[in-house]
Design a protein around this ligand. Structure first.
Ligand SMILES: [Zn+2]
Length: 191
């Protein structure tokens, strides 16, 4: 239902997607998945103030902790509909999704590397899944917990869709980074 205000689409119950904003989400912005041969794209919904901020390219995640960023990305904010092709277990338990790799050989070598556990200098061991997650997030075996959090925060900021015009490749990479971090923050080697 549209009213006189240009661009306003009323939908009772739909909240603004700006983390923490209680206003109704009545203004549409491009979503994480743009229109393509896969079908029509997604939209994100904001109040008037926040659709203006969104369009101005504000970084709402600046200064937030990794946990706060993850909370802001929970499914009610529309960020949890991505493919799981790059989850730490994809390609081990499931067939790799070739379309997601530019080079099928890369998929095969990732799969082979991920099967080996890895031991650090201090004797702690990363499971194959954790080792793959380290590669996804770009950390060495000897990285500590602080380095993990720092790298994660940097990657989330760099890959955030607001910074990348909704580019699908950075969105997939962000999803993979979030999942890798979720696995690694519970890894025995980081305790
Ligand atoms: Zn708002």
């Amino acid at each position: 239902m549209r009213n006189r205000f240009h661009g306003r689409v009323e939908a009772p119950g739909r909240a603004c997607e700006r983390p923490g904003c209680p206003e109704p989400g009545e203004f549409r912005a491009p979503g994480p998945r743009g229109s393509s041969f896969d079908g029509p794209g997604d939209y994100r919904w904001f109040c008037l103030e926040h659709v203006r901020e969104f369009n101005a390219g504000y970084d709402w995640f600046m200064g937030m902790s990794p946990e706060e960023i993850m909370a802001a990305q929970n499914p009610i904010h529309g960020w949890d509909r991505q493919t799981r092709a790059f989850s730490p277990t994809a390609g081990i338990d499931a067939a790799p999704r070739w379309a997601d790799y530019s080079d099928p050989l890369e998929a095969i070598s990732q799969r082979a590397r991920a099967r080996r556990p890895a031991q650090r200098a201090d004797g702690k061991v990363f499971t194959p899944d954790e080792r793959k997650a380290l590669e996804v997030i770009g950390l060495e075996l000897e990285a500590d917990r602080r380095a993990l959090r720092k790298r994660y925060t940097e990657l989330v900021h760099a890959l955030h869709p607001d910074r990348n015009g909704g580019d699908r490749s950075s969105e997939k990479r962000l999803q993979a980074v979030v999942e890798a971090y979720q696995l690694l923050r519970k890894a025995a080697a980081f305790v």
